[in-house]
Ligand binder design. Sequence first.
Ligand code: HEC
Ligand code: HEC
Ligand code: HEC
Ligand code: HEC
Length: 139
Amino acid sequence: MSKKSLLAVLAILCGLGLMLSLSAPAYGQAKAKDTIILKGAPMGGVKFEHKLHTERAANKCEVCHHASKPEKASTQPQQACTECHTKTATAPMKTNTVGAFHKNATATAGNCIDCHKAENAKGKKAPVKCMECHKKENT
Ligand code: HEC
Ligand code: HEC
Ligand code: HEC
Ligand code: HEC
């Protein structure tokens, strides 16, 4: 290869590298563990199968991870719910931990439970009772 064409190849490679670094998101993308133990409820932690659930949600992350909202903007596309939805919500946040996972204290609705009910109507066995999700052995 001539010196000139070698320089041309190098120039192209540098260009590609720059393009790649520019197209990468401004924030680092964390990767979720296959199984996440969500602790905090006095009645016991919840063993959440993240990998299985991503498949159950047909790979649509937004089924659970909502888009950034103005009251408290996201720092990465999929972030731990509990970073924003704390035990007691402080203004401008309104939705506490219970509210984020199941709308109310009786856990009759919400993202997790709505899908479980729908799946159970189709013959699946997804947990809907408190102690089917909250287990002392998970804490
Ligand atoms: C069925 C609901 C559901 C779906 C679908 C889902 N996630 Fe999650 N994800 C969660 C929950 C719940 C957590 C744990 C939140 C916490 O710790 O507060 C989590 C945690 C994460 C975390 C770890 C965040 C951190 O900083 O600890 C990442 C990264 C993540 N998810 C990425 C994804 C991606 C990418 C997809 C789609 C391919 C996806 N998730 C689909 C429910 C879901
Ligand atoms: C970066 C911060 C942030 C993260 C992370 C986050 N949320 Fe939210 N969420 C908000 C804000 C802001 C609101 C609107 C104000 C409020 O309701 O407190 C909201 C509202 C909600 C609501 C009530 C409104 C509605 O859409 O029905 C639910 C339920 C909810 N989030 C669930 C979740 C779940 C589940 C996760 C994790 C998979 C999560 N959130 C992660 C900031 C966040
Ligand atoms: C897209 C629908 C869907 C959503 C959303 C969903 N689940 Fe599930 N989940 C299922 C199905 C389906 C099963 C049962 C699968 C089976 O046994 O065949 C299940 C099972 C479970 C189980 C039993 C262990 C296991 O994974 O098999 C737990 C615990 C659980 N879900 C917790 C949660 C929590 C917590 C959330 C909300 C953060 C959630 N799920 C959201 C569909 C969903
Ligand atoms: C589908 C699974 C599921 C069911 C069913 C369920 N929960 Fe939860 N619950 C969760 C998850 C996930 C969290 C968030 C993790 C945590 O805080 O332990 C949570 C959080 C909570 C919290 C808040 C703990 C905190 O950190 O502030 C309370 C209290 C609670 N649940 C009570 C209940 C009660 C009472 C029932 C039944 C009436 C119930 N849950 C049914 C999954 C479930």
